[in-house]
Structure formats: C-alpha cells, structure tokens
Design a protein around this ligand. Structure first.
Ligand SMILES: [Zn+2]
Length: 208
C-alpha cells in the first residue's frame, strides 16, 4: 500500500475472547436446554488398545455434566504421544483450544452462546508518514470466534459512543473493506475498518 494517505496509521487489532463459548444442550437434570461450560478437565479411558477421551462440561444451572467426545475408540498406536500426554494432564492449552473450537462443537448443537468480553491487543503495522493521524486503518484478527459486534468494538476502542460510531458510518467516516459490511454484525477474522476524520485521531485511540 504505497499510495495510501500520508497521515494514515495502520494497526492490527487481535481480539481474544476471555470467556469460552457455551454450547446449549438438553440437560437431563434440569430437563431443558441449558448453557454448558467447560470444566477444564479431560476424562480419559484407555480400554485395552482403544482410547476414548472427553472434555467434561457442566450445566451452568445445575452442575450436571456433559462429556463431549474428543477421541472416540482410537487405537492407542495411532495417537500422537504428545497429544496423549496433553490429554492425560488436562493440558490448559489443549483444553482452551478445544473449548474455543466452535466448528467442532456444532456437531452437537447449533445453539452457541458467544461472549463479547474480549481482550484487544493492538499493534502498529505502519506508522504515518506525517502527523497528525487523520486516517486509521484497522485490520481485525479474530483467531477464535467472538460474540462482539463491530460497532461495539469500535465504540470501546476508539472511546466513542455507539451513536457517534453510527453517525460516522453514515457520513462515510467509518467504513469497511470491502465496503458495505453491517457494523451491527459480529467482528470477523480478516475484516478491515477504515476510520477517517477531519480532526486528528487522538492517540488514546491507538495506543495501549
Ligand atoms: Zn442442568
């Protein structure tokens, strides 16, 4: 991007969800649909040459359990040793990866509750060639799905009210690349947002 406005600051915002998505399933104790939370514990059963592993979930209301199959009747020899060790030790990284794997969870339910409490890490991709900054280009990285709307993200990170964000979007001062994405939709990986103002973008907007 050599022909960009000299007063452009290019940043990358990486959004990391703080709360794991909750699959909604029928709870046999509550006798109704409930959100389930990962307990962080993996149950492993090695029966002869076969291995089964489940990530244990708990009903958010009654603490009833749901064992989510992770490994099903796999021959011991076909499992990677490191992976097996991670399963045996409730490895937190593995547990977290599994708990955030919405695509895999969809095998059991289509109803997923995603949360909007995310940690936003900002990094500068390209400094402006001239100050003050009049144009901010934001590249969104969302490694795990989040339940955060784009307008809410912009409002909180740019310290604006949501009505101000809406007004700026209407005036073409905030837009997405490619254009036309609905700011009320959830932030997606790879999304780009351009903010252009007549006044300088305050530095508080892009520094931690
Ligand atoms: Zn329950």
């Amino acid at each position: 991007m050599s022909n960009i406005h000299p007063q452009t600051l290019r940043v990358q915002w990486t959004m990391t969800p703080r709360t794991e998505p909750q699959p909604w399933l029928h709870c046999s104790r509550c006798r109704g649909p409930r959100g389930f939370r990962s307990s962080g514990r993996i149950r492993l059963n090695a029966n002869g040459r076969r291995v089964d592993a489940w990530l244990v979930y708990r009903c958010a209301d009654c603490d009833g359990t749901w064992n989510r199959p992770i490994v099903e009747r796999r021959a011991v020899g076909t499992l990677d040793r490191e992976y097996l060790r991670a399963l045996q030790s409730n490895d937190p990284t593995l547990v977290r990866t599994l708990a955030f794997d919405v695509a895999a969870l969809k095998r059991w339910t289509d109803r997923m509750q995603e949360f909007d409490d995310v940690l936003v890490t900002q990094c500068v991709l390209e400094e402006p060639r001239r100050m003050p900054v009049l144009r901010l280009e934001i590249e969104c990285r969302v490694p795990h799905p989040i339940g955060l709307r784009t307008d809410r993200l912009l409002a909180s990170e740019l310290r604006l009210s949501r009505s101000a964000v809406r007004r700026m979007a209407k005036a073409g001062m905030i837009r997405t690349v490619p254009e036309g994405a609905d700011l009320r939709r959830l932030v997606r990986d790879g999304m780009q947002v351009v903010v252009e103002t007549a006044q300088a973008v305050p530095s508080v907007c892009f520094t931690q």
